[in-house]
Ligand binder design. Structure first.
Ligand SMILES: [Zn+2]
Length: 377
């Protein structure tokens, strides 16, 4: 409860500050410039083939709309939230919620028209304006995605409540540091949940923001999911090291499923990479064995329960469900499944241990952002 109050105070007090620098200005788009679908883009496949699928590519700042697996429309995102904060634009799978042509923010005295609910208080809407109609600042965002008016109207008219939305990051722009390997085939995977992604575990809004209560946890690793045309489902060691632990699905896996933890010596200190939810672990791997960077560890799967909190409307991971197969990948200071430093996560109003999540920024609990370790700045 103390945390809830602190969060609410933060939201209220920082609104003015947020107006000034919270927004993460990503692209300077010309107004009214229509995005045309090129012949190359016509070949793009959706991550999942449903009759109506929206994809939000947070790396490219583009929203794609697929109907019956065919790309039908593209819209530019004007602003998203600065990544790395708990209020950042969420990654993951969602179903579109309510639509409001006229929408006033529950936190700030601003209008965010043509608003479509992505997830709880995260909306996709027109660039915010003061109640007198003047645009606030082009940099305003508190987690929501804002679009220029023409795109916001287009999105609003096409969007239907219940449509599947996949909000994700690309991997193709990443340049690796010397000696490092990517844990999956980068051309065939995407980030379906990023490090530090906020995840609400409780949300009680009874129309009065003073009584708003919510808890959230933050993702301690990166979830990498395969594209539909995936051929290489191998998981690779990210660096030279030694097998620290092999944990099999079932007993004491705490929902991580088949997991391998590898010890690496980087800058004269031991750090550990963890690979969870594997469908299989390479049979000749033994604890204590030396392993080279780029060597196969196992195969990406859906063992354990990596899907129950972030996956809307479903519990648990299923091998046969394409949306559930992913690698949960962490880098941390200890060879353990849980948080290296003691942590309690609030889940559905109850205190619980933290596996795959931390109560606030995972950096405070002995985790590193895996992409920061691997990628050149
Ligand atoms: Zn995960």
């Amino acid at each position: 409860m103390r945390k809830i109050l602190a969060v609410f105070l933060f939201l209220t007090l920082s609104s003015i500050i947020l107006l000034n620098f919270n927004g993460w200005r990503v692209y300077q788009f010309k107004k009214n410039s229509e995005l045309k679908i090129s012949n190359m883009e016509k070949l793009i496949l959706p991550k999942v083939c449903e009759d109506r699928v929206w994809e939000i590519n947070l790396s490219k700042n583009i929203i794609y709309f697929f109907e019956n697996c065919e790309l039908k429309s593209m819209m530019k995102i004007a602003h998203q939230s600065r990544p790395g904060k708990w209020y950042q634009t969420p990654t993951g799978y969602f179903r579109l919620g309510t639509k409001r042509e006229r929408h006033v923010s529950s936190y700030f005295n601003v209008r965010m028209d043509y608003a479509v609910q992505l997830y709880e208080d995260y909306f996709i809407h027109e660039n915010p304006r003061f109640l007198n109609g003047r645009y606030v600042t082009r940099n305003f965002s508190a987690g929501c995605l804002s679009l220029e008016t023409d795109y916001a109207k287009k999105f609003y008219s096409l969007a239907k409540t219940g449509d599947l939305v996949i909000s994700y990051l690309d991997l193709d722009h990443i340049q690796l540091n010397d000696g490092f390997f990517f844990p999956v085939n980068r051309q065939q995977f995407y980030v379906k949940q990023r490090f530090n992604n906020p995840l609400r575990t409780r949300w009680l809004y009874v129309g009065n923001k003073d009584n708003l209560t919510y808890d959230f946890i933050q993702h301690s690793g990166v979830d990498l999911a395969p594209n539909p045309n995936v051929q290489d489902l191998n998981v690779y060691s990210i660096y030279d090291g030694k097998i620290a632990r092999i944990i099999k699905n079932g007993q004491n896996d705490y929902g991580m499923g088949n997991t391998v933890i590898i010890e690496h010596q980087i800058n004269n200190r031991a750090i550990y990479s963890l690979y969870a939810h594997l469908s299989s672990i390479r049979s000749d791997l033994k604890e204590g064995n030396v392993i080279k960077g780029g060597e196969v560890v196992g195969r990406v799967g859906a063992t354990g329960f990596g899907c129950d909190y972030w996956r809307i409307e479903r519990d648990g991971c299923q091998e046969k469900d394409k949306l559930d197969i992913h690698l949960h990948w962490e880098i941390k200071t200890k060879p353990v499944l849980s948080s290296p430093k003691p942590a309690q996560c609030f889940i559905n109003g109850k205190q619980d241990k933290c596996y795959g999540y931390t109560p606030d920024d995972p950096i405070n609990y002995g985790y590193f952002n895996p992409l920061d370790i691997l990628a050149k700045k």
